[in-house]
Design a binder for this molecule. Structure first.
Ligand code: IPE
Ligand code: IPE
Ligand code: MG
Length: 227
């Protein structure tokens, strides 16, 4: 396929509603969501996407019940452990954007190990947004700049201090579950992103639907303000 987006970012939404619809617990919904994530990682790699960012846990998600939060971090640990061999085999580099601060120590350790072990892989980078808030990211950048004593900030200098400093902007942002919002995701980086929204709940999101979205993306005319 031509015109494959270099960077796809996905707001994986709808696990809870999917669980409810199927008479399952929210946590079972998240488990099913993790299976979807695995499929989409594989499809992305096969299609030649170079950066895939998955929004897994927002800064605002701390408002959820403690049991759900614990379950989510546990799921994350399981994902890293289970997928490590595949990541090594397929050349996937694992990374994170967000704040390390509130992440439980055990999860932090496993995440850091996964990052370290996969750091020389170069086929695709899989980035999880965890404990991520775009506004906090921007403020963090502003504070770093203030501290550094610079008198004037350039776009380049600003970008260099975002969590995404070594990544290109997303070309395509997908959100599942019918919600039409960004929920504090990549606000700065999304300036010229293309958007795709689908009613499909994340656990039902398939490789086929993903390919349809990629095909549609390929037909778009990105003008960046030009003609
Ligand atoms: C997205 O699914 C996953 C996370 C936010 C962790 P939700 O849990 O938000 O599912 P809904 O929106 O309640 O259906
Ligand atoms: C956004 O989903 C965050 C993730 C997908 C991790 P939410 O379900 O938390 O977003 P809102 O609350 O509906 O905006
Ligand atoms: Mg949601």
């Amino acid at each position: 396929m031509k015109d494959i987006p270099n960077h796809v970012a996905i707001i994986m939404d709808g696990n809870g509603r999917w669980a409810k619809k199927n008479g399952l617990t929210r946590l079972e919904g998240h488990k099913a969501g993790a299976r979807s994530a695995k499929n989409i990682v594989t499809a992305s790699r096969e299609k030649g996407v170079k950066y895939l960012t998955l929004y897994a846990f927002s800064y605002e998600n701390w408002k959820r019940p403690k049991t759900e939060i614990i379950g989510l971090f546990h799921l994350l640990e399981t994902y890293c452990k289970k997928e490590l061999s595949e990541m090594m085999e397929k050349g996937i580099e694992f990374n994170l954007i967000g704040e390390w601060g509130k992440i439980p120590p055990k999860t932090k350790k496993i995440l850091k190990e996964t990052i370290r072990k996969t750091e020389n892989n170069n086929k695709m980078r899989l980035i999880l947004a965890i404990n991520y808030s775009s506004r906090r990211e921007i403020l963090n950048t502003v504070n770093i700049l203030i501290k550094s004593g610079v008198k004037r900030v350039t776009e380049k200098g600003f970008i260099r201090r975002l969590f995404t400093y070594d990544m290109p902007d997303p070309d395509l942002i997908i959100r599942t579950s019918g919600e039409l919002r960004l929920s504090n995701f990549l606000l700065w980086q999304a300036a010229y992103a293309e958007f795709a929204f689908t009613e499909t709940l994340w656990p039902d999101f398939t490789g086929d639907e993903y390919l349809e979205i990629l095909q549609n993306f390929a037909e778009r005319n990105r003008r960046y303000g030009g003609i």
